[in-house]
Structure formats: structure tokens, C-alpha cells
Design a protein around this ligand. Structure first.
Ligand code: PMV
Length: 316
């Protein structure tokens, strides 16, 4: 019988606490629902699985995939964790509007979309919770990123604003919402950076001066705690101020760069309530907290300061 299923997953921004979250400090992330990854699984007469992902330059058979191929890894992990006896007889097509390596969670979104499509194809969607989907996506992230905190797969799988703290035996995951959605301008530097490398570099610096880096991470954790309170109270001025402070600590960690700093500055000068880089840094995207009245001026200022693209998105 012919069968075709589609599933999607959103991109994300980190509002507070990137990098420090890897070291057990709390962080806050929100889904960007208008940027999405999509996975389609369609039955075929072929005994193998055909993998098609034009954005990743992938078109080939699962049996011939390179070791470490992210789509193959996601399928194999899903198969093993869900006890599916044999993979074959379908094609998997992945597309995404989320820029790759841009700090918007494209990897986690693709993993979650593929896992959701896989569950739908095997009629397991109704019996699999978002915590299980997130846990599977985390295993995939671990293959690619070394020491991911788990925040990306969590916010993408839960698709809600989330307070996240990495801890044993279970991460602390609390979904919450602002009284009104936050409006963000997301500015793309056009520069790409590999999360794994930036996270690895922060780790080397931490190993070189643990006292200083623990203090920086503590400060980011306190900002995330205060940020959660300010978001829940609808205190936009405080949210913006805390974003600015968080950016300064990310500069201290050396994960910002001149392009990100320029965009952050331009957004603030144009009337944003606050601005910071979002995600791993050294490229990728920055976010600015705006309101309806400042949307046009901040968007124009970001483009004039060199942003290659600006998205406006309501989060929460
Ligand atoms: O992959 P990105 O750029 O969305 O960043 C992930 C956030 C980090 O805190 C830098 C890493 C992590 O695993 O939490």
C-alpha cells in the first residue's frame, strides 16, 4: 500500500544563557515557528532507503551513506530505539528554511522533523511523547556536537518557550509563556560557524582559566533566571536590558565577532529594547527585542549595517 507522511519542526533562538548552559547553568530558548524543517517519507518499491536532502547536498542510498551522515544516523538511531526490524522500502526527503550553521537550531529541527516523520510512517506518533522525541534528537546531536547541552532538541521538540537546565539524572525542563508574545528581529550575519568548534573553543578557555569562566557562566545563569521572571511579568524593558548584559558576557567568552557586534549596536541605536547574539556565535544570527513601532526602523538599520537577511518573529 502506498503511504506518504510529512512532519515538520521549527527553528529556535536562545534568549538567554547559550554556552553557560553547557556547564549546567539555566538558559531560555524559544521556537521560531515560521522557520521550519520538513521531512517527507514516502513508500517505494525499493528494498533500500533513498535519502534526498537538496540543502545538504545529499541524494543517495542509506546502505551507501558515509559513516556519520546525519540523516542516516537519525534513521538508524530511530530504528534501534523503536525496535523496527528492518529499514527499507521508502524515500526520505528533507528540506528546510532554517539556515544551516546559523545558530537557529537547523540540525535539531531536521532531526526532530525526521524522527516525527519516522514515527508517523510506523504508526507510532500517538504513543511517543515529545520527551522521547527530544531524547532521540539529543542522541543525534551528541554524534555531531560533542557536548551539546540538550537545549536545542528540547525547545524544538516541545515547540514552546522553555527554561532549561542540564542536570543529572534528569534535565530541568519547564515550559512557560509571556503574557504577550515577544517580537524579535532576527538578523543574519551571513557568516556560518560550526557549533562544535565554538563550543570546543570555549571549553579550552574554561580549562585554561576555570575560575574566570565559572564566574562568567554564573553571571549568564543569573541573567537567565532574571530573564525568565522579566518575560513572565511582561517587563520588556528588563528583558531588553538583560539581553544587552548577556551579550557583554558572550563578548567576554570571545564568541561574538565584529559583524555580530555591529548588528547588535545598530539594532540598539535604532530603538530595539535590547539585542544580543543568539546560539553558538562567531557568525550566525543575532536577535533584537522590538515592538510594532520600532519594527521598521530596526529592520532597516540591521540591513544597512550588513545583515544579509532579517526575519521578524513573534515568540512565546
Ligand atoms: O547550535 P547553536 O548555534 O544553536 O547553539 C547551541 C547553543 C550552545 O549553548 C552554544 C551549545 C549547546 O549545546 O547548548
Amino acid at each position: 500500500m502506498h503511504k506518504m507522511v510529512e512532519a515538520t519542526a521549527p527553528g529556535k533562538v536562545i534568549l538567554f544563557g547559550e554556552h553557560a548552559v553547557v556547564y549546567g547553568r539555566p538558559a531560555i530558548a524559544a521556537p521560531v515557528t515560521r522557520l521550519r524543517a520538513s521531512a517527507v517519507i514516502e513508500s517505494s518499491g525499493d528494498a533500500d532507503v533513498l535519502l534526498i536532502a537538496p540543502d545538504l547536498g545529499v541524494r543517495g542510498r542509506l546502505s551507501e551513506a558515509e559513516p556519520g551522515d546525519p540523516l542516516a544516523a537519525t534513521l538508524h538511531l530511530s530504528q534501534s530505539r523503536l525496535a523496527i526490524p528492518k529499514l527499507g522500502g521508502f524515500s526520505l526527503t528533507v528540506t528546510s528554511d532554517i539556515p544551516i550553521a546559523g545558530g537557529l537550531g537547523s540540525g535539531a529541527a531536521i532531526s526532530v522533523a525526521v524522527i516525527r516523520a519516522f514515527l508517523a510512517y510506523y504508526d507510532l506518533a500517538a504513543t511517543t511523547g515529545r520527551d522521547q522525541i527530544s531524547a532521540l534528537a539529543y542522541e543525534v546531536e551528541r554524534l555531531h556536537h560533542g557536548t551539546p547541552s540538550g537545549i536545542d532538541n528540547t525547545v524544538v521538540a516541545y515547540e514552546q518557550m522553555v527554561y532549561f537546565k542540564r542536570q543529572e539524572p534528569l534535565d530541568r525542563i519547564e515550559v512557560f509563556s509571556p503574557p504577550r508574545p515577544l517580537r524579535l528581529a532576527v538578523g543574519d550575519t551571513g557568516l556560518r560557524s560550526a557549533t562544535r568548534d565554538v563550543v570546543g573553543d570555549v571549553r579550552s578557555q574554561w580549562l585554561g582559566d576555570r575560575t574566570r569562566f565559572e564566574q562568567i557562566f554564573d553571571a549568564c545563569g543569573q541573567i537567565a533566571e532574571a530573564g525568565r521572571g522579566a518575560i513572565a511579568a511582561g517587563d520588556l524593558a528588563a528583558v531588553g536590558r538583560l539581553m544587552n548584559e548577556n551579550h557583554e558576557w558572550l563578548v567576554e567568552m570571545t564568541v561574538s565577532n565584529p559583524r555580530l557586534d555591529q548588528l547588535v549596536e545598530a539594532a540598539r541605536r535604532a530603538g530595539a529594547l535590547g539585542a544580543k547574539l543568539s546560539g553558538a556565535g562567531r557568525g550566525g544570527n543575532m536577535i533584537a527585542l522590538i515592538e510594532a513601532e520600532t519594527q521598521a526602523t530596526v529592520t532597516e538599520a540591521l540591513l544597512a549595517a550588513g545583515a544579509v537577511r532579517v526575519w521578524v518573529s513573534d515568540v512565546g
